[in-house]
Design a protein around this ligand. Structure first.
Ligand SMILES: *Cc1c(COP(=O)(O)O)cnc(C)c1O
Length: 351
């Protein structure tokens, strides 16, 4: 039988109400790609795999949670959903709402949403509003609006989002036969790290697959969980994790502590360098998605982490196509006459 999407695949493991009426794009079932050359580049002596969540239907892991949030809402007759978003939640909510025949309203921070994400939200037919404020401001407004109006909130404050997102942990355990030693992932609003930890614990309780240590990674310019206080004006090129006051910050810290892992920060330069390293292994991810493995490199380089003999999974949360400008800005291909010799010599020069 073909793969049915995360709800049907894992229904008995998801804490969702009976009224849930499945709306799916066959999300999930993403590849766990071995990257031995990248492991060697980071010093070698360990196994490294990338869970490529950018291969979900709208290009990010948000689809795992969105199928559940929209299905639950659909089952109780919700007509309109709303979210605050740095972009990927908006595109995902818009796609699943469209499929369910619902209206979707998204609130984004002005000027800080990558082109591919905004285009997605528009293409799927969402009503897009932009505010002169941050993601955190947008989320506060959405919480208030959805309390006052008959509109369902589909940010990861919605518990059904996490129910869906935890299925990525199940898949990793199934593919490997056990949990990895370490899991590295980016942390923004902190829903995903919370969901992974829930998922690994649940799977271990029923199948004794063990538990990973979790390395959560924030961008240095927006690292409230590392600093220990909210960041008023978060800054980073990794717009998906440009969040100063994570809604699930407490749970993220708890996941790191319980798993005997940690949450650290890396610079934008480290993130962009890892984005390049991944691309040189054939895996193009948006900047935020490279943060988890940038964090792993940071820890190995600084001697705080000995990867020897370990099996490590890096979660790459979103596809590179989401943010094309980050790689094309400042790049102008050399323009040549349509002439054999000119091209032949240009190729020789570029080598
Ligand atoms: C949403 C998102 C994150 C951050 O996930 P949180 O659950 O907010 O911590 C990281 N990377 C990408 C690509 C995202 O879309």
């Amino acid at each position: 039988m073909s793969y049915p999407g995360v709800i049907q695949q894992y229904r008995s493991l998801l804490d969702i109400p009976p009224h849930t009426s499945t709306v799916t794009l066959l999300e999930g079932d993403t590849p766990l790609i071995p990257v031995p050359a990248l492991a060697d580049k980071l010093g070698g002596g360990f196994e490294l795999l990338v869970k490529f969540e950018g291969l979900n239907p709208t290009g990010s892991f948000k689809d795992r949670g969105m199928t559940v949030a929209i299905s639950e809402a659909a089952g109780r007759g919700v007509k309109t959903v709303m979210c605050a978003s740095t972009g990927n939640t908006a595109a995902s909510a818009a796609a699943y709402a469209a499929r369910a025949g619902m209206r979707c309203i998204v609130l984004i921070p002005e000027g800080n949403v990558a082109a591919g994400k905004l285009a997605g939200a528009i293409a799927y037919g969402a009503d897009v509003l932009q505010i002169q404020g941050s993601f955190d401001d947008a989320l506060n407004l959405v919480v208030e609006l959805t309390e006052k109006h008959p509109i369902a909130l589909v940010n990861s404050l919605n518990p059904y989002r996490l129910e869906g997102q935890k299925t990525a942990a199940f898949e990793i355990c199934e593919t490997l036969g056990s949990a990895p030693d370490w899991l590295c992932l980016p942390v923004g609003n902190a829903g995903n790290i919370t969901a992974y930890w829930m998922g690994f614990k649940q799977y271990h309780a029923i199948k004794s697959t063990g538990l990973p240590q979790i390395l959560g990674v924030q961008a240095a310019g927006s690292a409230p969980l590392v600093l220990g206080h909210p960041v008023e004006k978060p800054e980073t090129i990794a717009t998906a994790i440009r969040i100063g006051k994570p809604a699930r910050g407490e749970q993220a810290l708890q996941a790191a502590e319980e798993s005997r892992g940690r949450i650290i920060a890396v610079t934008d330069d480290e993130i962009l360098a890892m984005q390049k390293m991944l691309a040189s292994n054939g895996i193009w991810v948006e900047p935020a998605s490279a943060a988890g493995l940038a964090g792993l490199k940071h820890e190995i380089d600084s001697g705080r982490f000995d990867p020897h003999g370990k099996r490590i999974v890096g979660v790459c949360t979103g596809h590179g196509l989401k943010d094309p400008e980050i790689v094309t800005r400042g790049f102008a291909p050399k323009t040549l006459p349509s002439d054999f010799q000119a091209i032949e010599s240009a190729i020789a020069e570029m080598e």
